[in-house]
Design a protein around this ligand. Structure first.
Ligand SMILES: NC(=O)c1ccc[n+]([C@@H]2O[C@H](COP(=O)([O-])OP(=O)(O)OC[C@H]3O[C@@H](n4cnc5c(N)ncnc54)[C@H](O)[C@@H]3O)[C@@H](O)[C@H]2O)c1
Length: 369
């Protein structure tokens, strides 16, 4: 893969194609291009959280062309905010400030802000324009791409939502400098996921460059964001609305992960990427138990997560005392539960994942450890 300081990936969809800009200082360098995507907008509604306000908001405001009226809504950070109450509050903010259909929402933050803002953009006046400005690694490689929006419900994670594509996505790596190390590492879980589902060479490259990546070497970070977006794109363009069992592959480990997040009541002690890391190890064990994955590859998968400093099993959640029953029961409402059967994503090899639903409860129980 060729390295460029500034790069982009085009997400080509039937109705709503858009570009993902990746690189250092892209906000500053591509300012004109970014804001020209929100045609006819007069107002920009920024949705962000208190951490972004502290570190970056002023800098971002300076880069917004002066012809826009800018309104800002700051929410509290964290997964617990991703609920319908926050949506209600934000809708009141938009309507009170007389948002019109041509106006735009600028989502600046991690996946929580992105998922909330995407949902808001799709329901406010039945749809307003949207720019995603992801500021966590996880949001740059995953949540800002592909148009899934939503909030959590009492019954489970991401159960209320829509599909809504942005006009453009800005992955400016400059903003990652203030991200706490644990949050950065959490993002690597989704990056590793892409390599396991689709690209063995990328898996080997990630393993080889762990140190450079953890130390935020610019070249490696930009390369891994671009490769992740390219891989996600493959699945989105084939199955934008997640109805053909193609996009579902991107959910490797997520049936377990979402259940763990719900079982810990969306605690700060379990970040989304950490849950995904444990979830992928469980899905890999399930693949091993069912005879699809070799022991050697199962060990390699566990080891890459360990190498990146990610958790691989329930030892990480000891203090929550979660039972296997609780984990399985909390899977029932997962949205990957199609026609009463849980859809599991399994692996045959590193770089080769598939959807499978002929699984007995006992095998799932054995894979939870
Ligand atoms: N829509 C999708 O396709 C999709 C895909 C994957 C994950 N998700 C969702 O994304 C969410 C997780 O996203 P996340 O990991 O980004 O978590 P997050 O949004 O909670 O952000 C993590 C923390 O980092 C802080 N932060 C963000 N940017 C920062 C920066 N540049 N400097 C300092 N602090 C910063 C935030 O305030 C927050 O405290 C979950 O809700 C998950 O369900 C959605």
């Amino acid at each position: 893969m060729k390295f460029k300081k500034k790069d982009s990936v085009k997400i080509t969809l039937k109705d709503n194609s858009y570009e993902v800009l990746i690189g250092k200082d892209v906000l500053k360098k591509s300012n004109k291009k970014i804001f020209s995507t929100i045609k006819d907008a007069k107002k920009i509604f920024i949705i962000s959280d208190t951490n972004i306000k502290k570190f970056h908001l002023n800098k971002i405001l300076k880069n917004i062309p002066k012809n826009f009226v800018v309104k800002v809504l700051i929410i509290a950070p964290g997964e617990k905010e991703k609920n319908i109450k926050t949506i209600n509050k934000a809708l009141n903010f938009l309507l009170k400030n007389k948002i019109s259909r041509n106006d735009a929402i600028l989502a600046i933050g991690g996946g929580v802000v992105g998922d909330i803002s995407g949902f808001l953009s799709s329901v406010a006046l039945r749809g307003v324009q949207l720019i995603h400005f992801p500021t966590t690694l996880l949001a740059q490689v995953d949540s800002s791409i592909g148009g899934k929006t939503g909030v959590n419900s009492f019954y489970g994670k991401n159960l209320i939502g829509t599909f809504y594509q942005p006009n453009i996505v800005i992955c400016d790596t400059t903003f990652l400098s203030t991200l706490p190390k644990r949050e950065l590492i959490s993002g690597y879980a989704e990056v590793i996921k892409y390599s396991i589902i689709y690209d063995k060479k990328f898996f080997t490259w990630l393993n080889k460059n762990v140190e450079k990546i953890i130390n935020k070497n610019e070249r490696e970070i930009i390369r891994l964001i671009k490769r992740s977006v390219e891989i996600k794109k493959q699945y989105i363009v084939k199955d934008e609305k997640d109805i053909k069992n193609k996009r579902a592959i991107l959910n490797l480990g997520h049936t377990f992960a979402h259940s763990l997040e719900k079982s810990t009541n969306y605690s700060k002690n379990l970040l989304h990427g950490e849950a995904v890391s444990i979830g992928i190890c469980m899905a890999s064990k399930l693949s091993l138990i069912l005879g699809f994955l070799s022991l050697n590859n199962y060990e390699k998968i566990k080891n890459i997560f360990l190498n990146f400093g990610l958790p691989i099993d329930l030892n990480f959640l000891k203090k929550f005392r979660i039972s296997k029953n609780q984990i399985i029961n909390n899977m029932i409402y997962d949205k990957k539960n199609l026609s009463g059967r849980l859809n599991f994503i399994l692996c045959k090899d590193i770089g080769n994942a598939f959807v499978y639903n002929k699984i007995k409860r006992i095998s799932v129980e054995k894979s939870i450890s």
